[in-house]
Design a protein around this ligand. Sequence first.
Ligand SMILES: Cc1cc2nc3c(=O)[nH]c(=O)nc-3n(C[C@H](O)[C@H](O)[C@H](O)COP(=O)(O)O)c2cc1C
Length: 485
Amino acid sequence: MSKGPGNPLDLRAWLEEARSLGELKEVAGADWNLELGTISELNVKKSNPPALLFDAIPGYPAGYRVLTCSTASPARLASLLRLGAERNHHALVQKLRGKPAQWQAKAAEFTPRSVSTGPILHNIVDAADVDLFKFPSPLWHEGDGGRYIGTGCMVVTKDYDSDWVNVGTYRVMIHDRNHVGLDMIPGKHGAIQYRKYMQAGKPFPVCIVIGADPLGYLVSGIEVPFGMCEYNYIGAILGESVAVVPGQLTGLPIPAGAEIVIEGYAQPGDERIEGPFGEFHGYYPGKAATAPAVRIERVYFRDDPIIVGSPPAKPPNDYSYSKAVMRSALLFDALLAAGVPDVQSVWAHEIGGARMFNVVSIKQRYAGHARQAGHILNQCGVGAYMSRYSVVVDEDIDPSNLQEVMWAVATRTDPVIDIDIIQRGMGSKNDPMSIAYPYKAPFNSKAIIDACRPYDYLAEFPAVAEASKALQDKTRAKWKDLLGD
Ligand SMILES: Cc1cc2nc3c(=O)[nH]c(=O)nc-3n(C[C@H](O)[C@H](O)[C@H](O)COP(=O)(O)O)c2cc1C
């Protein structure tokens, strides 16, 4: 892929690749006010949805665009992660296995490269002229608290007492022409840095990258280790350092090929009501809450800028597929690292936001193998947060096929012995069920469902009543027109 001179995170180079893969659709005339969001939401519920590039948005100049659904197919995800052509999600998970550990190990070699100029500096707006409504930020859903300019974005901040630059994906709501709300859940790296500035009574400098190659928000939206800069991690994936220019007010590094960057400061004491906005599991959180307000004092944008949008919603949503693939690969690696043999496949289902309903298939080798796999799937480092159901199935079941998984649950379990419950596990205050919980802290309970044939009755277990694989393949080949591939 042509990356543009010195601009490895250039969105436009990637859009060309998506177009050549037949994975991009241009849409003219959709309104920012609910229409664009609803089209994207319906699109992403189709199988293998294209990415959508909205243009001619009423009330905005032609060329001011919004990209959605960018990571929602195996082919696009493979190209974003630079894994070569891949249109099958099982194969993609296999290609991805082991890669996150390699990227992390190599990240230190890919310090961002400072350059003096880049397309992001083509248009610069000073404080007095800042008007965030000049960009077609969508009102995504009817219940949202405002227009969200930042969803598939990268929020760049720096530690108060060290050189650590963090890049995180946190939602960004427009309050007025020059203020945005920044929702960083406590414990997230941006939130930790923000607290330090507030404790020192100092303004918190922020640059928000509103559009870039979606690899950017894919990485800033995953848990890169504390103290590591996501630009380094991105460089390790790309095999070259990200080219950055310094923000003119804050000095924070911004990708030279970014589409739009807004820069400013959160002032001590200025927290405002933010949201509501949907969560990855498909619900609005219970109460509106306050979040830091950032006063925007400079805006940078390319000619004909593109907002990258990726709103959460009831799954499947804009980014649930990418989370399912990434977390499935990480869970697979975690099971192997914990010593579980003969793992065939893992799938972190989109319906559970890739956290709450995960399935592993194994070839059972010994008594207790299935429970071991289920408990580790549920409790390993990548899996524990907000996990709810972990299901273990035999090797004849495809973990990503809910119909098959639930057939195994319905027919190969005796609930009284095949469901283990873990109490007071690692939950979240964002759990939609938390309103009904008795706990004072964010616990939840978890179920491990062993939907494998009972190991002690494997030989006698009834045979499956369906045509053999060989007969199915032969019949499909002969009756292709009738049955399809
Ligand atoms: C599209 C998208 C939107 C997200 N929105 C938020 C958000 O509003 N607040 C938040 O704390 N985390 C949000 N997340 C999750 C964080 O990006 C993720 O936990 C990431 O690891 C945070 O970066 P950090 O580890 O540097 O804190 C979002 C993730 C994605 C992919």
